[in-house]
Ligand binder design. Structure first.
Ligand code: MSP
Length: 644
């Protein structure tokens, strides 16, 4: 029996349109699915749409449509985008599919019968125009994050899932099983910022909206959208139906690929839910970074008009599917954030694709046709320079495979392009056009062209998961098709003769200056940029300057949110007998309870300031990476001691 491989993307919201940032998850998952298929796996690649909830209900109303009509249209658009990016999924699930709705109801019923769900009251801040509850953390400046209007405290009868009971099991799981959440740094974030501070039971039903899955034991409640959405990973395989063959075959999932913003839902809520249902956990959740523009997450608001620069359809039409797929996976080191801008996109297309790859293929094919009528003897070569090409091809194959296995796509591409560069250099070293002038050199010329054809075939096999269409065309020049990844290991795969056919220009060169001019009207207005002290090199200072900053170890004795601020936490910090109040902009990354009893490093002699009407005397040291903030803890140090 074939080995199976089950990979999922998150299911996409249907309350708005997708942008190139969302496409990143799906292109990465598609590349991995194609790679695994080439490795002989029976692959199940699942994607789909997340269609319930307040936002859809409201947007449909605004558009004068029923929620179902509204989501149907968006789902068509999303499917078109996946088509334009050549996403070859095996299954597309919609949370409005009947079988999913029935299965979610079964899940709730089971949890209710097992006592994992109980009835209580939800208390929160309520926005009546939006009919939505918000937590203190979600409010923006104390107001509704959706409409900006004032909110008021309110209660609602709700069902709760006993999430808190899974806290210790989840901590142990993440601490002892590093494979289950990758990259590893994300596990530390989950443990320190969310699990250790303490989990509360989760409100898993709403009565304030209709557009959701009604609970079977109390139909005036609908399911919480995240429980509805996360369940898709098993309902798509028939969990909760009469046919569980696919569940048996593909579960546990090999990789849930998600953006870093939703790792929390996938490792805390989803894992606890599976534990409660007695279903095995997935083998891995992989939290990738964000595609950013000018340092911010790419989002729909970054583009507008007919030529929207973040619209995947516009991009694939303008530059081609494979160029966009290549760019996404080449530019972003997987796991970390990457920058998206046109200069980078266009110069990648020109330098890597048109110049290096495209030229290599077109020059080789043109010479094979011109000098040998497209027929080159494929015998083994022994000249050291020729053998070097074979060696590099073998090395590249061996280095690329583990990068693919660990989804380190940009490193895999760097490897593959080493072979492309080596071949281009080989053309310069051997000067085939000079060899062609002398009939005695024709055997040598044939040898050079044969080596090039073999190497190009290896490149095309290895690039197939990334750029399937282009690679098919390249392999087509040699009259073959790409099937197995391992074909790249065999340099001498052609029979006695290599037959070469013309191939149209793979990647036309772009006139970058002209293109940037044409794109101007659709480029986002750049933010007023102040010099970024995190990126700029600051002027050197002497030790005396440094010692003027009084750094002290402080123990946090209390911590609470600052009313009306979504960013600030108010801390009371003991600096060795002297207690200071400090306001710190870390609320988006930490729960207040994460701090109590921990030691931090404080800038003690910072001028006091008033923020949100409250005094702040000092500052905590923390590092920042995009939106992520890591407070520097010094738990072993003694409160009050100086740090230098
Ligand atoms: N519906 C939820 C997921 C439920 S899964 C059970 C959701 N949908 S989403 O449409 O907002 O996001 C889908 C994916 O796109 C997420 O993995 C998200 O991290 C990713 N991205 C959204 N913007 C992104 C970038 N700018 N860059 C990279 N990925 C980003 O969340």
């Amino acid at each position: 029996m074939k080995k199976t491989f089950y990979i999922t993307t998150p299911i996409y919201y249907t309350s708005g349109h997708l942008h190139i940032g969302n496409s990143y998850t799906t292109v990465a998952a598609d590349t991995m699915a194609r790679y695994k298929r080439m490795r002989g796996y029976d692959v199940m690649f699942l994607t789909g749409t997340d269609e319930h909830g307040q936002k859809v209900e409201r947007k449909a109303l605004e558009a004068g449509k029923t929620p179902q009509q509204f989501v149907d249209e968006i789902v068509d658009d999303i499917k078109n985008i996946w088509k334009s990016l050549n996403i070859d999924y095996d299954k597309f699930i919609r949370t409005t599919d009947d079988y999913h709705v029935r299965a979610v109801q079964k899940i709730y019923q089971k949890l209710y019968e097992k006592g994992e769900i109980y009835k209580s009251e939800y208390e929160g801040m309520y926005c009546s125009p939006c009919e939505a509850f918000w937590t203190e953390h979600q409010l923006i400046d104390g107001k509704c994050p959706d409409c900006g209007r004032p909110v008021e405290p309110a209660r609602e009868e709700s069902y709760f899932f006993r999430l808190s009971k899974y806290q210790d099991r989840l901590i142990e799981l993440l601490e002892t099983n590093p494979q289950i959440l990758q990259p590893e740094s994300r596990a530390k974030e989950m443990i320190n910022n969310f699990l250790k501070p303490g989990l509360e039971d989760l409100c898993v039903s709403r009565t304030s909206l209709k557009w959701g899955v009604p609970l079977p034991f109390d139909p005036k409640h609908v399911a919480y959208v995240w429980i509805d959405a996360l369940s898709n990973y098993v309902t798509a395989l028939g969990y909760g139906s009469d046919d569980d063959r696919e569940m048996k075959k593909y579960w546990p999932c090999d990789i849930h690929l998600v953006g870093k913003d939703i790792v929390r839902f996938h490792t805390i809520i989803w894992f606890a839910l599976l534990m409660a249902l007695d279903v095995d956990l997935p083998k891995q959740v992989y939290g990738h970074g964000w595609l950013q523009m000018n340092g911010d997450k790419v989002s729909k608001s970054k583009g507008s008009g007919d030529l929207n620069i973040v619209d995947p359809l516009v991009l694939t039409e303008r530059y081609g599917t494979d160029a966009i797929r290549y760019f996404l996976l080449r530019e972003m080191p997987f796991g970390a954030d990457g920058e998206y801008n046109f200069e980078a996109l266009l110069s990648r297309i020109n330098s890597d694709l048109a110049n290096d790859l495209g030229n290599l293929v077109s020059r080789t094919v043109a010479m094979a046709e011109k000098y040998f009528d497209g027929k080159i003897p494929a015998e083994r070569r022994t000249a050291p320079l020729d053998l070097e090409i074979e060696t590099v091809a073998g090395d590249v194959y061996r280095a690329t495979t583990p990068f693919m296995d660990s989804m380190t796509f940009s490193s895999a591409l760097t490897e593959i392009f080493k072979l492309v560069s080596r071949c281009n250099k080989y053309i310069d070293e051997t000067s085939p056009w000079i060899l062609a002038k002398n009939p005695e050199d024709l055997p040598r010329l044939a040898a050079v062209l044969a080596q090039l054809c073999q190497a190009i075939r290896v490149v095309a096999v290895l690039l197939t998961p990334f750029m399937p269409e282009t690679c098919n065309r390249i392999i087509g020049c040699f009259g073959g098709t790409v099937e197995r990844w391992e074909d790249a290991a065999n340099f001498h795969c052609f029979a006695s003769e290599i037959s070469v056919h013309k191939c149209e220009n793979l990647f036309p060169r772009i006139d970058i200056k002209k293109e940037l001019e044409a794109l101007k009207p659709m480029s986002p207005v750049k933010k007023e940029t102040k010099p970024d002290p995190d990126k700029e090199a600051l002027t050197e200072i002497g030790i005396d300057d440094f010692l003027n900053v009084e750094l002290r170890v402080g123990k946090i004795i209390s911590c609470e949110p600052v009313p009306k601020s979504s960013k600030l936490l108010k801390l009371q910090v003991d600096l060795g007998g002297q207690v200071r109040q400090i306001l710190s902009g870390i609320a988006k990354c930490y729960l207040p309870s994460a701090f109590i009893g921990r030691n931090v490093i404080v800038v003690k002699n910072l001028k006091p300031a008033k923020i949100f009407g409250q005094e702040s005397c000092g500052m905590l040291l923390a590092s920042s990476h995009g939106d992520e903030i890591q407070v520097v803890f010094a738990d072993q140090a003694i409160p009050g001691d100086r740090v230098r």
